[in-house]
Structure formats: structure tokens, C-alpha cells
Ligand binder design. Structure first.
Ligand SMILES: [Zn+2]
Length: 447
């Protein structure tokens, strides 16, 4: 049965506008996710009649019945003193590590040592030869991680699905329905320097992406060549061509650590030692000598997410802006702080016109999977910045980066009803962005 319901909040963020006593009118259908039919302010105004809302709704969805009585008007939901806000968009995570109680190693650890710990952790978390037990275990770990994000106000995620560990089937999982349904982009991660390994990884990802129908209600599929030190140039090119041909988004870890830059420039350093220890060091398979060379390989990708970009030089991101205006940087504040990298250049990137979005990364490097915690950290690190700008990084910029700005990132008619509630502690009667982005604010899903 189709239904319409009004959600009333003390405040509401509709588009870029903060509205006092805002009302969000949501249409739910049995076939798809709930949509925003209208936004109204203030709530003393009479709400639109059902027939008017249905007329709007049918413009987007012909399956919506227009017969009298075929649509239930549910009783209004009073969200009390909460602010109704668009759900956050987390552009980078690896949910498979969600059962870790704390980040691997300790804060400030070397990047190569951390990668070694990640590999060890993967090796111990299940036999790569897929078994039903390990598949369901991993699916459950991913599910719990997603629910943790969702409860913390996140509505969509850029999730990296790794190869060749057992995979959760994102389309088949029961958690695809209901308000906490998984949304966002699942990036199939490929890696390998040796040709046989790279080809096996590619075969897995290409088959998965070819099999995924764009018609399914499941998440969007993307590709993620892991990083320049682990992924051959051949594999990067395979991904770039596929993404271009099929309009698929691509995410890659790039300019993340000094060790990566050292490997590219000089073919030496702690990452080379690690790859040698693992018996997988194949320098002849890496053509790039610097970050720009990697970006050149990806210049034609229709939607590129540069994950981290901690050590990206200004001339490189300016070049990227020219070559690929749709590109985004994904800054992960908690993870960045964990590795004790120097200050991230996101302020200058934004000033130069680059889209900078936020991610948590995995619990392997972030103490929390809540993007809200990243946003609060960002506020602490950048008190001079307009809090509205930081909020946009966590919402609108994230939706742009994932290519879902038409459906997510703000509350506007026609978009998905992906929202969260914020209880803002304030002594004033006015809405305050400073008060919203404060540790005393509690984000929730229920009134
Ligand atoms: Zn990552």
C-alpha cells in the first residue's frame, strides 16, 4: 500500500534553507525507497491535500495509484524539538573491519607497518577459499558496521568491497529493505602487481559489475583499483576503460602517505620492503613515477574519487580540476589524525574549486564509524571555518562525490527521504550552526 506521512520538526534544513517549524512530506511505496513529496513551512500552514501530493508523486513514479482511497494518509510524526536534517554521506569505508574493537597498531604508526597489520588481520579472519560460514560472518560484520553508521545519522556510504576475501552479497542481503537499507556505492576493489594476480582480480570485478543490473534497487556499483603501490598500471588501465565505457565511478587510495610517494619516485622505502617480504614486488608493472602519472591514467573516468589525497600537491589537484572537473577528494579526518599526517590541504582544495567530501575509512584506522564524529573533529580542527561549509562537506559534497546528488545530500522534493534528527542544545530561540556542530548535539533516527 502506498502511503503519505508528514514529519514535523522544530527546525528543518530544506535545501540550503533553515526553516522554523518545518514539515517534510514523505511518500512511501511498496516498490522503492520513500521519497520527499513536499517541504512546507511553517507548520501552522495547512498542509497540501493528498490529491495534490499524489499529482506531484506521479510525475516521478507512474506506478503510484491515483484512485481515491488507494493511498493511506498516515498520522503525522511530531519530532518535537529536533531539527530534521539530511542524512550524512560517508564516502569511504571498508565495512569488513567493523568488528575490530579499536584501530590496528597505535596512533602515529608507520603506514607500511599498518598495511602489514591489515594483511595479517585479513589472513586471520577467514580462509580466502570461500566458505559459507565465512561469507555469512563477513556479511554480518558489514551489516553491523552499516547499522552503526546508519544509527549515527549516515544515509549513504562509498563502501570498498575487497578481493579475494569472502564477499557479502549486497543485493541478496535482507538488510536491503526498510528505513536502514544500505545505500550508496559499492566499489569492487582490485589489486595486484604480478600479471596473474592482477588478471584474477580483474576477472572477479569485471564479472561482478557486468552481472549487476543497473535496474536493481541495490546500491550503485563502482571500481576501486586499490593504490599505486599495490595495483599494476595494466589493472589501473582496465578499470579506467571500463569506467569510461560503462559510466561507472572509480575510487582509489592516492597520495595517502610519504611511503607511497617514495615508492613511486625512487622504487624504495618501507612499502617496497613490505612488498618484497610478501614476495609480490614487481616494479616493472608500475609505470607511474609520481601521483600525476596515476591521475593521467584516470583522467577520462567520468566520476573519480581520490581517497585521502593527504600529500597531493596543489599543481596536481589544479591539473586534475582541468582534466576531470567531476573529480572529488575524500578526506577522512579521524583516520588522518590517527596516522598523524601533516595538515590536510582541504581548505585550499575547496578554495580552488575542487569538491572535497568526507569519509570515516575503516575501524582499522578510525576509532569510530560515525561520520558525525569526523565532522565534530573537523569543526575542532577548523574553528575559523563557517560550520555550514563543514556540514556541506558531510552531506551535499558527499552526494556529489558518489554521483547521487539527485537523490541524496539535501532535503528537497523528488529526492529520497534520507534524513536524520538532531537534538541541538541551545539557550537561544534561534537556530545556530555553531550549536548544531557541537559535541552536545545528539543525532538520532527516532523522534
Ligand atoms: Zn581506505
Amino acid at each position: 500500500m502506498h502511503s503519505i506521512q508528514a514529519f514535523r520538526g522544530r527546525w528543518a534544513l530544506f535545501g540550503e534553507r533553515v526553516v522554523e517549524n518545518g514539515v517534510l512530506l514523505v511518500g512511501s511505496s511498496p516498490a522503492g525507497p520513500p521519497k520527499i513529496l513536499a517541504t512546507v513551512d511553517p507548520w501552522s500552514t495547512e498542509l497540501p491535500a493528498t490529491e495534490d501530493l499524489v499529482r506531484v508523486w506521479r510525475q516521478w513514479d507512474e506506478a503510484v495509484p491515483d484512485a481515491d482511497g488507494a493511498i493511506e494518509r498516515l498520522s503525522d510524526v511530531d519530532c518535537g524539538t529536533n531539527a530534521i536534517l539530511p542524512a550524512l554521506v560517508n564516502c569511504h569505508s571498508h565495512l569488513e573491519f567493523s568488528d575490530l574493537p579499536a584501530p590496528l597498531l597505535s596512533a602515529g604508526c608507520g603506514f607500511a607497518e599498518w598495511i602489514r597489520a591489515v594483511i595479517l588481520r585479513r589472513a586471520n579472519s577467514g580462509d580466502p577459499a570461500v566458505t559459507t560460514a565465512s561469507e555469512s560472518f563477513k556479511a554480518e560484520v558489514c551489516h553491523q558496521g552499516w547499522l552503526e553508521m546508519w544509527r549515527g545519522g549516515t544515509g549513504a556510504v562509498g563502501e570498498i568491497l575487497s578481493y579475494p576475501t569472502p564477499q557479502p552479497d549486497y543485493d541478496a542481503l535482507a538488510w536491503q529493505t526498510g528505513p536502514s537499507a544500505f545505500r550508496g556505492v559499492v566499489f569492487h576493489e582490485v589489486l595486484g602487481l604480478a600479471p596473474a594476480r592482477a588478471q584474477a582480480s580483474w576477472a572477479w570485478a569485471a564479472a561482478a559489475l557486468t552481472a549487476a543490473s543497473p535496474e536493481t534497487a541495490g546500491p550503485v556499483r563502482g571500481l576501486s583499483p586499490h593504490a599505486p603501490y599495490s595495483t599494476s598500471t595494466w589493472l589501473y588501465r582496465q578499470c579506467a576503460v571500463f569506467c569510461q565505457q560503462h559510466a561507472v565511478p572509480l575510487a582509489t587510495h592516492l597520495a595517502e602517505s610519504p611511503e607511497e610517494l617514495e615508492l613511486l619516485a625512487d622504487r624504495r622505502g618501507p612499502l617496497v620492503s613490505l612488498l618484497q617480504d610478501l614476495g609480490v614486488w614487481r616494479p616493472e608493472e608500475i609505470a607511474a613515477r609520481n601521483v600525476r602519472d596515476v591521475l593521467r591514467e584516470l583522467a577520462q573516468v567520468p566520476r573519480l574519487l581520490v581517497v585521502h589525497g593527504n600529500y597531493l600537491a596543489r599543481e596536481d589537484w589544479r591539473w586534475l580540476l582541468q582534466a576531470q572537473p567531476q573529480a572529488s577528494i575524500v578526506y577522512c579526518p579521524q583516520t588522518h589524525a590517527y596516522f598523524q599526517h601533516p595538515t590536510h590541504p582541504w581548505r585550499q582544495m575547496l578554495r580552488d574549486g575542487l569538491n572535497v567530501a568526507l569519509g570515516t575509512d575503516s575501524r582499522g584506522s578510525s576509532p569510530s564509524l560515525s561520520l558525525w564524529d569526523d565532522l565534530l573533529l573537523l569543526r575542532e580542527l577548523a574553528p575559523e571555518q563557517d560550520p555550514r561549509l563543514l556540514w556541506q562537506m558531510a552531506t551535499r559534497n558527499g552526494a556529489l562525490a558518489l554521483g547521487c546528488a539527485e537523490r541524496l545530500g539535501s532535503l528537497e522534493p523528488g529526492k529520497l527521504a534520507s534524513f536524520c534528527l538532531a537534538q541541538v542544545e541551545t539557550t537561544s530561540d534561534d537556530f545556530s550552526w555553531e550549536a548544531l556542530l557541537s559535541p552536545t548535539t545528539r543525532l538520532s533516527r527516532d523522534c
